[in-house]
Design a protein around this ligand. Structure first.
Ligand SMILES: Cc1ncc(COP(=O)(O)O)c(C=O)c1O
Length: 396
């Protein structure tokens, strides 16, 4: 009696080990500043919650079409148009149980056994695992720390090889916060056209971009409609991680295939959460701008700290809500009794020596980095930076 190879090959989440240790310390009554979490620390806007409660009261608690209600698909098509200028019909849009599930559907629908998919690194942990689950082969594309990890068409061209069928792009990026230069978006689009590739674009952090950085959506590039799979969700923009609503827009036959798949795998995303999502995208939500302002203030604070924290290196993120810290300068030193060889060691030292939980970069494909989430209040961030300064190896 054996388990299937596909699950034996799956990596566990890289946040797990540190998270368990952080929780164990907290259970002992120790004050841990947990900067590992990848979700907004804000509440879902009240009007969104009210819409869900109203849906329950109205008996809106039954199966919907697998790809979501007609009303939500239509509202999302309008929403995408107002965000990107791209026009999709409701049948080119479907609702999924989070953007993660939209990505899973996309890889399952587009990748055949042995197909290569270009994955810029550092990458969000889930992409390579999902590509492998679909039978594909992630082809990693290094991006340079010196260029802020911003993806270029030239880097993709260097990594391309026969057998590659698609490219995943994620801007603003988790974990690095990089936002692809707008002109480069057009070059990457041209590269995908030349090489006849699918573009799977995960733009879930598009509302969290800090000037002067500018986000150009791949959906805004003319001529890509046949090859573009546009992925987004409500988790980050509306602080709705637990509601599990994502969406995907693309060519009608791709969306139809994904809907068939979803119909057999999970059926519809929760009807109540769909009603909440409809409210979120149908009316202006002032909370969204307020959350962005807070994230902007925190990324400023974090960038100022890191600028004076040699031998650590890095800068304030251009987008999303993570501080990506290059830890190469600590290699060979000992921090809090831990000899430092990698970002994993740094994360361990920070947790044991300063009770600050961060995620090691190894899970994101970069062994000499750690990621700090800015989804904690400015006061908690100041406390974390103060504790790290006190460890005594930084420039402060
Ligand atoms: C880059 C990226 N894409 C997708 C997701 C998935 O979001 P959800 O499934 O909550 O919509 C996340 C969540 O951390 C993410 O960071």
């Amino acid at each position: 009696m054996k388990l299937a190879q596909r699950v034996l090959d799956l990596s566990a989440s890289p946040t797990l080990e540190i998270d368990q240790r952080a929780k164990a310390l907290a259970a002992e009554g120790i004050d841990v500043v947990n900067l590992g979490l990848g979700e907004p620390d804000f509440d879902t806007p009240e009007a969104v919650g009210d819409a869900a409660i109203a849906a329950i009261r109205a008996g809106d608690t039954h199966y919907t079409p697998a790809g979501g209600t007609a009303a939500l698909r239509q509202a999302l098509a309008r929403h995408i148009q107002s965000e990107t200028g791209a026009s999709y019909t409701p049948s080119q849009v479907m609702v999924t149980s989070g953007a993660k599930h939209a990505l899973f559907n996309a890889f399952m629908a587009l990748v055949r056994p042995g197909d290569g998919v270009l994955v810029p690194a550092p990458y969000w942990v889930t992409y390579p695992e999902q590509i492998r689950l679909a039978g594909g082969v992630p082809v990693l594309v290094p991006t340079a720390a010196e260029q802020g990890h911003r993806l270029t068409a030239a880097a993709l061209e260097d990594a391309w090889r026969p057998g590659v069928v698609g490219v995943v792009v994620n801007s603003p990026n988790n974990p690095t916060g990089a936002v692809i230069d707008p002109a480069e978006v057009d070059r990457i689009a041209a590269f995908a056209q030349d090489r006849n590739l699918w573009i799977i674009t995960d733009e879930i952090y598009s509302h969290l971009v800090y000037p002067p950085a500018v986000h150009r959506s791949f959906a805004a590039v003319p001529g890509l409609a046949d090859r573009l799979v546009y992925i987004h969700g409500l988790s980050k923009t509306f602080a709705m991680t637990g509601w599990r609503i994502g969406y995907v827009a693309g060519p009608a036959h791709v969306i139809a295939a994904m809907e068939r798949l979803q119909g057999q795998a999970t059926g519809n995303p929760t009807s109540i959460a769909q009603a909440a999502a409809l409210a979120a995208v149908s009316a202006p939500m002032p909370e969204v701008a307020r959350m962005r302002e807070q994230f902007a203030a925190r990324r400023q604070l974090a960038g100022e700290w890191l600028a004076g924290a040699a031998p650590l290196a890095g800068h304030a993120p251009d987008g999303a809500f993570y501080l990506w810290v290059d830890t190469r300068g600590l290699v060979g030193r000992t921090v809090a009794g831990v000899p430092i060889e990698s970002g994993d060691d740094v994360a361990r030292a920070w947790l044991e020596g300063a009770q600050v939980a961060a995620v090691a970069g190894s899970g994101f494909g970069e062994p000499h980095a750690v990621r700090l989430s800015l989804a904690s209040s400015a006061d908690r961030l100041r406390e974390a930076f103060h504790r790290l300064d006190r460890l005594g190896v930084l420039a402060h």
